[in-house]
Design a protein around this ligand. Structure first.
Ligand SMILES: Cc1cc2nc3c(=O)[nH]c(=O)nc-3n(C[C@H](O)[C@H](O)[C@H](O)COP(=O)(O)OP(=O)(O)OC[C@H]3O[C@@H](n4cnc5c(N)ncnc54)[C@H](O)[C@@H]3O)c2cc1C
Length: 278
């Protein structure tokens, strides 16, 4: 594993919400993973405070591209977004990242033999979904729903032709409302309207560390030893974003649609009103 310091080599405001930062430096010389980076996560350290980000792309050098969501509203900003907002070429940041040839983990996208994929996320998951769609085989089929603050945040993604990319500008709506509605209306998963749970999860029902994947359960759910999909389980679902939204989507897909936990990865990337533990 690389545990060192990265140097900012480029900064680009790519939309009102996203700031693209390129990181390089000697400590990243041995960066590498065995295969595509997909939703590879890394840790960045801002004056000792640790936050998790996604490798959006790897450029020659190697240089890592990280797309930061700028959330700078009073009371809703944190050390990472504040650092990004003023980042300049030459600035330094602590980094924990995979070293070539060593196991690091941190890639959750594992569709196995699924015939189709469904990816759903908010702006914090846009870098991961974009990287996944740009790196998967060109014959992959499915749908991606991306909730973003406004239409001005729509970014180009080189997705396979068989993947429909649907951008969902939030505008004045509540965090996650558009994303949940899109997943509930998704043609492959639709259940009768009467069966839809309408109540938002209460604070107590939102797992602050929500991370439910075929290999790990933050709530301690039993993980089957032999993850063997049932016949007909040909859809793989990957969901990431604000924890209350992800909890609502999880409730829908597991309780109402009845998806097997082995077909899905639900990841809380951040929690509205709560600073991440660093
Ligand atoms: C695996 C993984 C990958 C991630 N990849 C990315 C990525 O590529 N790009 C990215 O921008 N984020 C990404 N995130 C999310 C990021 O780690 C969080 O948004 C984190 O809280 C940002 O830290 P902070 O110091 O800015 O805010 P914190 O100190 O954690 O929080 C301070 C306040 O800001 C609010 N807040 C935090 N994030 C947001 C937000 N996005 N919008 C509005 N309010 C917010 C909190 O609710 C809190 O009130 C990822 C998270 C995980 C777990």
């Amino acid at each position: 594993m690389i545990k060192g310091e990265a140097v900012v080599t480029a900064v680009e405001r790519i939309s009102p919400t996203f700031l693209r930062v390129e990181l390089g430096g000697d400590d990243l010389a041995d960066f590498g993973v065995d295969g595509p980076t997909l939703d590879q996560r890394i840790k960045l350290l801002f004056d000792g405070v640790m936050r998790t980000y996604t490798v959006r792309a790897v450029r020659p050098g190697p240089r890592l591209v990280v797309d930061f969501v700028l959330h700078l509203e009073p009371g809703a900003s944190g050390p990472a977004s504040r650092w990004a907002a003023t980042a300049e070429v030459g600035d330094r940041v602590g980094i924990i990242a995979p070293r070539r040839g060593e196991f690091f983990g941190g890639i959750e996208y594992e569709p196995g033999d699924a015939a189709r994929i469904l990816l759903a996320g908010d702006e914090t998951a846009v870098p991961a979904i974009s990287a996944i769609l740009e790196q998967v085989d060109r014959d992959v089929v499915g749908t991606a729903y991306l909730e973003i603050p406004s239409a001005a945040d729509i970014l180009p993604i080189d997705a396979p032709a068989g993947v429909e990319v649907r951008w969902l500008p939030r505008d004045e709506a509540r965090y996650g409302a558009e994303l949940l509605a899109a997943v509930q209306a998704h043609h492959e998963l639709r259940v009768p309207v009467g069966a839809l749970a309408s109540a938002r999860p209460t604070d107590l029902e939102v797992d602050p560390d929500l991370w439910e994947t075929p290999r790990y359960s933050s709530s301690g759910e039993e993980i089957p030893d032999e993850p063997e999909p049932k016949p007909g389980d040909d859809l793989y679902v990957w969901v990431a974003g604000e924890s209350r939204t992800v909890t609502s989507i999880r409730r829908h897909l597991v309780r109402e649609v009845g998806l097997d936990r082995r077909q899905v990865a639900f990841m809380g990337y951040w929690r509205e009103g709560v600073a991440m533990k660093g």
